[in-house]
Write a protein that binds this ligand. Structure first.
Ligand code: ADP
Length: 394
């Protein structure tokens, strides 16, 4: 019977999944991909097959599907009917935090789960949902092998100076460090460069992961040497609803002078800032690019400005730059944002090829450009599936 792997990415209100088949020699292909969204408010389920045809689309009340455990039951039921004749042999999870120690994916057992529980305070908004999905699988299929793949792991190759803050050293020992995130995306890009862009794969590369969350990573010879995200996923670039890098004194001011509670500040920083907060319109870059509103333009301008500043910083970490790679929703789809970023990066030797950029790459810089620019689509799910397959020897 043909074997398949399930990949789960659990968020606060959604459970995304992909199912991969395991051909003996070729790359794994997705057989189904979908998500249960709106958990806690208006649960809805959508899934497509590997060719993009819808295989399920339905809605429930919160009484019918209350949380991730029931969402998982629905996903398993769908797989049973849709993937008849195939057998599920492992589940891989995206887990946001692996703490200072995990630089590799981890096979889940009771001791591992306990260690991951201990990391909840480092990512209280994400880690509990990731772990809830692991527990839901344990409950539904106790014998099923599971693997946790961490968003922080790829960055553990960074030198210790790169993850240190200028706080008293005891805070570093207590775990207040720059962890960096989006690691599965960067790892996928680093693994893909040798085939898509072999001339830069060993070089000094900055990857810009520009999605609703956004960050940048400096990669040298395929290894992470610096990242724009730090202790949490709030640092670095301005994002859809997060402000990115800002003076920590602002948080003190909001607490002490404006009388905001910690919860209100959390809400402000995670959900009401960034493109949404500045534009007052929304966090969808497509909407902002189509808008004539002055504050939509301002939001885009700051988005690009922050990227160009971070690019300069990461080029300094690398001691020079051979290539800039764009990925994720905005990076892969918006020729306009790529153009604006590349124009500001001319001083680094990037000369954009406008036609190639409009066509979406992969190479979007002119042949004579000293530093090249690229578009490489990311695939975090496939990265998780690869790790799961490898760790479980499937
Ligand atoms: P995430 O996985 O972090 O939710 P994605 O990587 O899917 O995010 O990126 C989502 C973002 O990509 C959205 O904010 C959307 O505005 C942006 N996006 C998608 N397509 C385009 C496009 N054609 N032009 C500009 N932005 C786009």
């Amino acid at each position: 019977m043909e074997k398949v792997i399930l990949v789960l990415n659990a968020g606060s209100s959604s459970l995304k999944f992909s199912v991969f088949e395991l051909p003996a020699s070729a790359e794994m292909r997705p057989l189904a991909i979908g998500q249960v969204e709106g958990l806690g408010t208006a649960p809805r389920f959508k899934a497509k097959d590997g060719e993009g045809n819808t295989i399920v689309e339905r809605r429930w009340t919160t009484a019918e599907v209350a949380g991730p455990a029931q969402a998982l039951q629905e996903i398993i039921a769908l797989l049973r009917s849709h993937l008849e004749g195939r057998v599920l042999v492992g589940v891989g999870h995206r887990v946001v935090h692996g703490g200072p120690d995990y630089s590799e994916p981890l096979r889940i057992d009771a001791a591992a789960l306990e260690k991951l529980d201990a990391l909840v305070p480092l990512a209280p908004l994400h880690q509990p949902h990731n772990l809830a999905a692991i527990r839901a699988v344990q409950q539904a299929r106790p014998e099923m092998p599971q693997v946790a793949c961490f968003d922080t792991a790829f960055h553990r190759t960074q030198e210790s100076i790169a993850d240190l803050y200028g706080l008293p050293y005891e805070y570093y020992e207590r775990g207040i460090r720059r962890y960096g995130f989006h690691g599965l995306s960067y790892e996928y890009i680093a693994a893909t460069l040798p085939s898509v862009a072999p001339e830069i794969a060993d070089g000094r590369v900055v990857v810009a992961h520009l999605g609703s969350g956004a960050s940048m990573c400096a990669i040298h010879d395929g290894r992470s040497v610096g990242s724009s995200m730090g202790f949490t996923a709030l640092d670095g670039l301005m994002m859809g609803t997060r402000p990115g890098n800002m003076d920590p004194g602002i948080v003190l001011y909001l607490l002490q002078q404006e009388g905001l509670s910690a919860k209100q500040i959390e809400d402000l920083l995670y959900k009401r800032s960034g493109l949404l907060g500045l534009s007052g319109i929304g966090n969808d870059m497509r909407v902002l690019l189509a808008s004539e509103a002055p504050r939509a333009r301002l939001a885009i301008e700051l988005f690009v400005y922050r990227i160009s500043r971070e690019l300069g910083a990461l080029a300094a970490v690398l001691g020079g730059l051979d290539a800039l790679v764009f990925t994720a929703g905005i990076g892969e789809n918006s020729a306009r944002i790529r153009q604006l970023v590349c124009e500001k990066a001319r001083w680094l030797g990037i000369e954009l090829d406008a036609a190639a950029n409009d066509q979406g790459g992969p190479r979007i810089s002119r042949p004579e450009s000293r530093t090249s620019a690229w578009v490489v689509p990311t695939n975090e799910e496939l990265m998780i599936a690869r790790h799961t397959r490898q760790l479980l020897s499937l």
